[in-house]
Design a protein around this ligand. Structure first.
Ligand SMILES: CC(C)(COP(=O)(O)OP(=O)(O)OC[C@H]1O[C@@H](n2cnc3c(N)ncnc32)[C@H](O)[C@@H]1OP(=O)(O)O)[C@@H](O)C(=O)NCCC(=O)NCCS
Length: 257
């Protein structure tokens, strides 16, 4: 049967003459020669990265690796382990928390930035349009705002790297301009957060916005594995909230009719 007639097709990987290939490169040769970040870029983009592309991707992935016990992904991974489940269940639970408010703002922000930049207007006009629209509809612009930070330090370092490595163009300029205009419109800073910053940089690097959340997942999974393992090996099972941490505010006790 010809490849074109087969039901399952992939351009990512396969066996040729009994040897495993990924995007046309021999996997065994990759094992010998390729750093992990280069291999990640290769599977995602289809080609090997140039030196600066690898450095930029590496910095973005490291920025996602962990960020304290508080975020939903880490809490979920540890709680699932605590219930007596295996490592993979905890890691999967952590990944499942990644949504519009945690790690998942990347794709929506990248979509907004890529759509806007395609219009070819000056960045200041594009930013004004995006902020006015958001304020009018009372919507939150994905990639802006943070529960803890006034300025997200991860954004600062990633933007510095983007400048050094040549990925500070229209998308990153637009993201930075939106941060300024949003502050003026709200009277309060809602910083360009790490999701928004990664969204701008992956757009600059020519990635499809629909891959957005994938970058956060790839970066965060090692952290989740470490947390799941620590919970398994260091903590007693069955973690639960203490009484002083919770409150019942439903109806007062009453009799069934
Ligand atoms: C992260 C986030 C949940 C933090 O929210 P918060 O600190 O509770 O913000 P507040 O609820 O105090 O918001 C204060 C004001 O800023 C506005 N605001 C907050 N984030 C905004 C955003 N991204 N775009 C536009 N307006 C925003 C709110 O609408 C609110 O305005 P209002 O008083 O006129 O209603 C919020 O900024 C958000 O949803 N951001 C978008 C999603 C995102 O990027 N998530 C990734 C986080 S790393």
């Amino acid at each position: 049967m010809e490849a074109g007639e087969k039901k399952w097709k992939t351009a990512i990987t396969g066996h040729v003459n009994g040897e495993p290939y990924v995007r046309g490169y021999n996997l065994l040769e990759m094992v010998e020669k390729l750093r992990f970040t280069k291999a990640i870029y290769l599977v995602l983009k289809g080609e090997l990265p140039k030196e600066n592309e690898e450095k930029m991707l590496n910095a973005m992935l490291v920025s996602c690796i962990d960020h304290g016990l508080g975020p939903p992904s880490v809490t979920a991974a540890r709680v699932v382990l605590s219930g007596g489940n295996p490592l993979n269940a905890g890691v999967a639970a952590g990944v499942l928390t990644l949504g519009d408010s945690h790690g998942g703002a990347i794709e929506n922000c990248a979509k907004a930035l890529q759509t806007a930049v395609k219009k070819g207007k000056p960045v200041t006009d594009l930013s004004r349009e995006i902020v006015e629209k958001a304020r009018f509809s009372r919507e939150r612009i994905p990639g802006f705002g943070h529960r803890i930070y006034i300025t997200d330090p991860r954004t600062e370092i990633l933007l510095k790297k983007a400048k050094e490595l040549g990925y500070y163009g229209k998308h990153t300029e637009l993201a930075v301009q939106i941060e300024k205009d949003l502050e003026k419109a709200l009277g309060k800073k809602q910083c360009l957060n790490v999701d928004g910053c990664i969204a701008a940089i992956i757009s600059e690097m020519g990635f499809d916005y629909r891959l957005g959340k994938g970058f956060f997942i790839i970066g965060r999974v090692p952290g989740l594995v470490a947390h799941a393992f620590e919970e398994m090996t260091r903590e007693k099972p069955f973690r639960r909230l203490e009484e002083e941490e919770m409150a019942y505010d439903g109806p007062a006790p009453r009799k069934l009719p």
